[in-house]
Design a protein. Sequence first.
Length: 364
Amino acid sequence: MKALVYHGPGLRSWEDVPDPELQADGDVIVKISSSTICGTDLHILKGDVPAVTDGRILGHEGVGTVVKKGAGVTTVAVGDRVLVSCITSCARCRFCKEGRYGLCIGGGGWILGHLIDGLQAEYARVPFADTSVYKVPEELSDEQVLFLADILPTAYEVGVIAGGVQTGDTVAVVGAGPIGLAAIMTAKLMTPGTIVAIDLAESRLRRALAFGADITIDNSSADAVAKVMELTGGLGADVAIEAVGVPETFELCTELIRPGGRVANVGVHGHPATLHLETLWIRDVTITMGLVDTNTTPRLLKLIADGRLDPLPFATHRYPLSSVMTAYDTFAAAAETDALKVVLEAEPVLLDAPEPEALAGVAG
Ligand SMILES: NC(=O)c1ccc[n+]([C@@H]2O[C@H](COP(=O)([O-])OP(=O)(O)OC[C@H]3O[C@@H](n4cnc5c(N)ncnc54)[C@H](O)[C@@H]3O)[C@@H](O)[C@H]2O)c1
Ligand SMILES: [Zn+2]
Ligand SMILES: [Zn+2]
């Protein structure tokens, strides 16, 4: 089969690799029909995630059809279309029993495209299938469920739920990339009062309005703290969601927050940030952080099936899976291409496949 293989910092290629085989009774082999690229894949390509080694197939978001299953798999059958989540769950360890699959110590957690081969491939092996893949309702397209593999549960769990967003709250979302936008989308499920989106890029702020933000602040020219204070009568936001992953934005979140407020850090940080305990201690601020567990995936899937949540606006570009190299370039140049999520579609092989450019298009 073909797959997108990591060969060390800056190096990736779409190349021939051996087909994956069942290795344990709980495994399934999935023929990938849709996959996508995450900001974390770009972190890996920068060399920021040393656990990913030369030869690893990348990708931790996918939808596909089960083509083989191990003897122990009972909840999915060959032929089932399934969502493969970024997090797998052994279901047996103490953390999985608490629903904290991201912390799995039984062989699951974030393993796909990290510790084992991932989903930017024609086929993939998924361990612990019974507790790690989700059957896709027939009426939903791949694209409607694909973003449940990562960005929607991440933003909802690590941002909105951990941040304790309540009805009527002023929620400041710092960073309006796919994660920040998904935080805006899922914060709205809680009927907040005002959602303030803060970003440096005008294009991202425009998107934030389209995704449901009420107010935007351009952090490159405006004083975000002063603006939020003005909006909240000098108190600060009830919840600040950090969706960038750099020290400045974490520190900004702690400055935006009202006394007794909550900072939910979603960003993946590569450098230390300063925690100003000398000013924060007396303000009863709560700070949370974490890796997504994906324990809300069934709930979010139901909301999509019920028409209460529409993830399609995240899909700004589409490429055949075989054009994944070009898709990475488009995704990595989001400032120029305005890309949010780039969908990789593995259609049955066409004899006269159109050029990737002909398929790429910006929606919305
Ligand atoms: N915790 C988890 O489980 C988890 C899961 C997935 C992704 N993440 C992380 O979430 C973060 C966001 O992901 P993404 O895909 O949306 O990233 P992204 O790079 O697409 O978006 C980040 C946004 O932040 C903006 N930004 C940069 N500097 C800023 C500043 N100083 N002030 C305001 N805005 C600024 C950028 O313009 C961009 O729009 C990343 O760090 C990613 O690794 C965490
Ligand atoms: Zn991811
Ligand atoms: Zn576990």
